[in-house]
Design a protein. Structure first.
Length: 127
């Protein structure tokens, strides 16, 4: 990114914006193992066809997915599977942060529990 001008940075930000909506991430994940029709996605997520179609349109505009028509059915698929490397890297980083936060939370809860324990209260009274 160091050598990108402002216009290029704007395009990169727009590209990343496609990942900023949970439903779009769900759709990308559902397409990980092959193409799907809109009806399959609506059934999978329990939402309206209009909602799924709106998100598919954004993903297509950003060049993340493509579509092919066979008969009366339209199938959506990933254009470049390398996006999953990006997604997996981000998920790993988020997961590590979440695990660290959970460890911190557990540590504070353990301290709070110890402070409330009868043995601790007795020691404080003696102290």
């Amino acid at each position: 990114m160091e050598s990108l001008d402002d216009a290029a940075i704007e395009k990169v930000a727009e590209f990343f914006g496609a990942f900023a909506v949970p439903m779009r991430l769900k759709i990308l994940n559902a397409l990980r193992h092959g193409e799907r029709k809109v009806g399959e996605l609506t059934e999978l997520f329990g939402c309206s066809q209009a909602n799924v179609s709106k998100h598919l349109s954004v993903l297509a505009q950003k060049g993340l997915i493509g579509k092919s028509q066979r008969g009366t059915s339209v199938y959506y698929s990933i254009v470049d599977p390398r996006i999953y490397q990006l997604c997996d890297l981000v998920c790993l980083q988020v997961g590590e942060r979440y695990a660290q936060q959970a460890q911190m939370k557990d540590m504070f809860l353990n301290v709070a529990r110890a402070a409330k324990s009868p043995a601790r209260k007795a020691a404080v009274r003696r102290g």
